[in-house]
Design a protein around this ligand. Structure first.
Ligand code: SF4
Ligand code: SF4
Length: 331
């Protein structure tokens, strides 16, 4: 098994494109903030035009289509066709598993690289207490149907205090499910979680005791596992992805962020106006990216300082890594 930290790079672009914010679920930790990102569903023409902004580097761009729930978009199949003709390096659809508009029948496995399914509990009780009644059955059935039709599938598990105790049971759950990638995320302190009390990240000790071990057990089943590094020791170098990588988080009201932790605020770096990516006047999120602090990520310290810890001299015991810094395990 090979473990590596995925280096940030400007050679490759990641485009996280929220084509709508509407969703059939109301997950407790949903990162969508409708006050900030509106309730638009982008038309197919607008999606084509906005993707066109990035078309010159499409072959080096991983495109992730998100919502809300992207399969609620009535033209998703046609959108996938457009994305394919533009030649993106990879195309992923993130879904809660309900797979609306018979999407599995309206696209073919060779049109996308992955369906990525979100599940937040190994038991129906925990998952549905976070994601809503019926969501466990829907996502498990969605994965099985997608795998049967030949689609490559991955799973995303967002870890919080509410579901960390079920993490060790994940290897058993994914056994023989047919997924080829597994992503672990940390619950983000943004969007809905502000109102639902779901923003409880786990401590460094519990994270390090649980996540790497479970990740290895999942990888032993031939599945590539990716999980955030979260904590950096004193010797490890901190880097802000916004300074050294090329990530865009696009919302249907035209806001474009470089840092997901900024999404609850009108600090976006760019705005799409008349199908052009226009840098926003300062102050915006870019003013934070160059700040150097001993705690690592500046936005983390501003909006979720509860995950920091200090010694008797007031020095941080560790740094918080960029939320986009990942460890990857290859079986
Ligand atoms: S987290 Fe995803 S599935 Fe859940 S409510 Fe938000 S957009 Fe919908
Ligand atoms: S999470 Fe922190 S380190 Fe990463 S892009 Fe945002 S501000 Fe930079």
């Amino acid at each position: 098994m090979k473990k590596k930290t995925v280096a940030f790079s400007r050679q490759s672009t990641n485009l996280f494109f929220h084509i709508l914010t509407r969703c059939n679920l109301r997950c407790a930790h949903c990162y969508i903030n409708r006050d900030q990102h509106g309730s638009n569903t982008l038309s197919m023409d607008t999606i084509r035009d906005w993707l066109g902004i990035f078309s010159s580097k499409a072959k080096d761009t991983n495109l992730i289509l998100l919502g809300g729930e992207p399969t609620l978009h009535p033209n998703l199949a046609s959108v996938i066709g457009i994305c394919g003709s533009m030649g993106f390096k990879s195309i992923t659809i993130d879904t809660n598993g309900f797979l609306f508009h018979n999407i599995l029948d309206n696209i073919t496995p060779n049109q996308i690289d992955f369906f990525s399914f979100s599940l937040d509990g190994v038991s129906k009780g925990i998952n549905d207490s976070i994601r809503g009644d019926g969501s466990f059955d829907a996502v498990m059935s969605g994965i099985r149907r997608a795998v049967k039709k030949g689609f490559s599938c991955s799973m995303i598990y967002t870890v919080s205090e509410k579901n960390i105790h079920e993490v060790p049971k994940l290897p058993e759950l994914v056994k023989d499910l047919g997924i080829s990638r597994f992503f672990i995320q940390v619950v983000g302190l943004r969007g809905e979680s502000e109102n639902t009390g779901a923003r409880h990240q786990v401590s460094k000790l519990i994270w390090q005791d649980t996540i790497p071990k479970t990740a290895e057990q999942i990888a032993e089943q031939g599945i590539i596992v990716t999980y955030p590094k979260v904590f950096l020791s004193g010797e490890e170098t901190f880097e802000c992805a916004a300074n050294v990588a090329d990530n865009y988080f696009i919302f249907p009201n035209g806001r474009v962020y470089q840092c997901p932790l900024c999404e609850d605020f009108p600090f976006h770096s760019y705005e799409i106006i008349n199908n052009k990516l226009i840098p926003r006047p300062r102050i915006n999120e870019t003013d934070f990216f160059s700040l150097q602090i001993p705690e690592g990520c500046v936005m983390n310290k501003l909006i979720q300082p509860g995950n920091l810890s200090y010694d008797d001299n007031g020095l941080p015991r560790y740094k918080i890594a960029c939320c986009m810094l990942k460890e990857e395990l290859h079986p």
